[in-house]
Design a protein around this ligand. Structure first.
Ligand SMILES: Nc1ncnc2c1ncn2[C@@H]1O[C@H](COP(=O)(O)OP(=O)(O)O)[C@@H](O)[C@H]1O
Ligand SMILES: [Mg+2]
Length: 260
């Protein structure tokens, strides 16, 4: 079943067609990857889907609802969350507080006055802390539950961002290069985590350069080149596609499945 539908989407910056006449569908419950060289338009596409940019042209439907023009917080309320290619961690907050930022998007503010009268704010806060700690353990950060975010290594911060995105209890999670800068064993842990997230029923959309990760994990792969669709399909189909082979020829990046 289609959860997200992109139709004839374009984004022009000055003279640059960052995304050009792009159409594709994201199916519910699957792991989708978007690949392509630097500058292919992958992050721009995420920014269009999540309401950070407004398309120059085209349509985006989430759950059959037209979402063009909605702000990121409105899309979050509909069940969409993301991580960023460049870490967006609040380093003046603890690890737990960073995850709680994601939870607070979800707390029902209409209940606040009643909770306040009943002294329930504290109870709600400790419940939020517990949920945030559970999420940290889920992403493999149990040892950092009491840590300051500023003291955590880069690989752990990548997973902290995923925990915060998950806190919003979204139906679709967009991950922009979650394995960038990670060593092979940390990348294997991210692979395992994405599968675990997918098993909870969340639809995952991944932008990633690590072809071993992408080819092994994806139900569906969309290949972009200069903002346009070069190919799409399963890993096997994409690897066998003559246009993909031509575009990646010599790079060795897409053939063997063990490329860095
Ligand atoms: N805010 C912006 N203003 C101007 N040009 C941009 C902006 N964002 C992206 N671009 C351009 O759009 C193209 C696609 O960039 P991007 O989406 O970041 O690619 P990718 O994530 O695939 O590496 C590039 O040519 C980039 O320079
Ligand atoms: Mg990018």
């Amino acid at each position: 079943m289609s959860l997200l539908k992109v139709e004839n989407l374009s984004k022009v910056f000055g003279g640059v067609h960052a995304v050009e006449d792009l159409s594709f569908t994201i199916n519910q419950g699957k792991i989708h990857s978007i690949i392509g060289p630097n500058g292919a338009g992958k992050t721009t596409l995420f920014n269009l889907i999540t309401g950070i940019y407004t398309p120059t042209q085209g349509r985006i439907a989430f759950d059959d609802k037209d979402i063009v023009g909605l702000a990121p917080y409105q899309l979050a309320a509909l069940g969409m969350s993301r991580t960023f290619q460049n870490l967006q961690i609040f380093f003046n907050m603890s690890a737990l507080e960073n995850v709680m930022v994601g939870l607070h998007l979800h707390l029902d503010r209409r209940l606040f006055p009643a909770l306040f009268r009943l002294g329930g704010i504290a109870a709600k806060e400790s419940q939020a802390e517990e949920e945030a700690a559970d999420l940290m353990r889920f992403v493999g950060l149990g040892q950092y539950v009491g840590s300051e975010s500023s003291s955590m290594p880069y690989g752990a911060l990548k997973r902290l961002e995923i925990a915060r995105a998950m806190a919003a209890k979204s139906r679709i999670l967009l991950l922009d290069e979650p394995a960038a800068g990670l060593n092979p064993s940390e990348t294997a842990e991210i692979d395992e985590l994405i599968r675990k997230i997918s098993e909870t029923g969340v639809t995952v959309v991944l932008v990633e350069h690590d072809m071993h990760l992408v080819m092994g994990i994806s139900d569906h792969i969309l290949v972009l080149d200069y903002g346009k669709k070069l190919a799409e399909g399963t890993a096997r189909e994409v690897r066998a596609n003559p246009d993909v082979i031509a575009a990646y020829l010599g790079s060795g990046a897409i053939g063997g499945g063990h490329a860095a």
